[in-house]
Ligand binder design. Sequence first.
Ligand code: NA7
Length: 538
Amino acid sequence: MTPSASPRAYDAIVIGAGFAGMYQLLRLRDTLGLSVRVLEAGSGVGGTWFWNRYPGARCDSESHSYMYYFSKELVQEWEWTERYPQQPEILRYLNHVADRFDLRRDIQLDTRINEAHYHDTDDLWHVRTESGETFVARWLITAVGCLSAANIPRIPGLEDFRGAWYHTGQWPHEGVDFAGKRVGVIGTGSTGIQAIPVIAEQAAHLTVFQRTANYSIPARNGPLTPEFKRYAKARADDIRYVMNTNANGHPFRVADRSALSVGEDERHALYEAAWAKGGLEFRAVFRDLLQDRAANDTAAEFIRAKILEIVKDPGKARILSDIDHPFASKRPPVDSGYFETFNRDNVELVNLRATPIERITPTGIRTAAGEHELDIIVFATGFDAMTGSLLKMDIRGRGGRSLREDWSAGPRTYLGLQVPGYPNLFTITGPGSPSVLCNLPPQIEQHVDWITACIRHMHEQGIARIEPTEEAAGRWQLEVEAAAKATLLADVKHSWYLGANVPGKPRAFMPYAGGFGRYRDRCDEVARTGYPGFRLER
Ligand code: NA7
């Protein structure tokens, strides 16, 4: 791309062409009639699902909930094949959406943004890409995803490793051939738990390096029956209503009973039924699993017993079930044969708590107990979540203030939608919104609809700038902290919700844990009552 001498002007620049960016484009362009440019670093649309192509990559939300609901026609015409959509299928869906709504003509691919500066002199955002192209726009909307900046731990010696290594979030498009190879996987979060069973089937030998043992619930994936497909279409409005009004954006309600209000036999039977059904719905068996430690212990004990039952080698079973945090206080994975994989002869488990990694050598990974020879290392080590993708760009607001500096003690937003000092910048699923604690497509639709209505209001009222007051952002920060403290989520010291997985990152609980339905009501009330907490300037 040749750097343009004078910047190209649009009403709005949207950063990212995943679920969020594409829907925001549609709303601003087709509902409000604005000129919009979507700038996307990847060479295709899809965001998270463009990059995360590792073996076994699949969404943990069920297919009929992991889609847009804004268009009844789209809901009726798209057909998912399995209970949980695989990465290639989600990518096909998003490409279908791009074509169906004629979005591609306003999406510029292979375009990474380096800086976005607000100029007080013209009230515009000035955006510069890696290749030197420049844009100006009144509105800047980030749709960069919550989990897109890869976290590659700085383990000494990686540069000397003679084999190949990959991060799951930056997977080669041509795939990786594991046949006959000795593979090491570092990380046992949702990603590692999805990838490990698939890699184990392909590789000659797999060594799993586990730092923190994890709970996992069987997904019970399988093809969708014709009856279910008919149900999902016929009841689409009801499904959408449930997702939009409950705490987590998933298509199920949390039961209204306490784990401690039923007898042991009944509790066990309910857990067994939920285990047999599988999926994220397991945590909806009781209402207090995330609020009450004693209630949570009953679920934790049930899952530990399952691990001990499934994994035949007592040494491996002990390491896998020695879990140090309450169930679902870190993102709870769902799996297809994860614990069963450790019964394979070609799978070895290394407990990094007992024998930490010392360094990567030219031929493998050396722990305190010795060397593991490897041809391939897979980092399933997660992301610099929620703030990483925003802070990779140099974003500057009024008077040249820098977002990196303003957030050096942790992110500060009002409703996760806007940042004080950064007029007309909107952050879709930004820190301070339910985001990662919620099924993301409904949360994205809610944010995009709110932002669209806000911009429409400003046009109608002749308002040029909107930004939250410092005071409103400060109060919201306290609410975000209080919402987390009312749950067991805040008790976990080593969680990416807190930024604890990235060395040097400030510790602040980032997503809003007060529930999606409640959050939506709050946002709606703010809009209805003339945007209190925001400063609107003509
Ligand atoms: P996660 O959930 O952050 O998991 C990362 C895993 O990698 C986790 O087991 C970490 O252990 C481990 N890890 C990270 N750094 C290291 C080092 N330096 N050494 C050893 N092990 C390490 O990321 P995922 O990609 O699995 O999931 C992210 C989200 O994507 C998921 O929640 C879904 O929403 C989709 P730790 O627990 O930090 O001890």
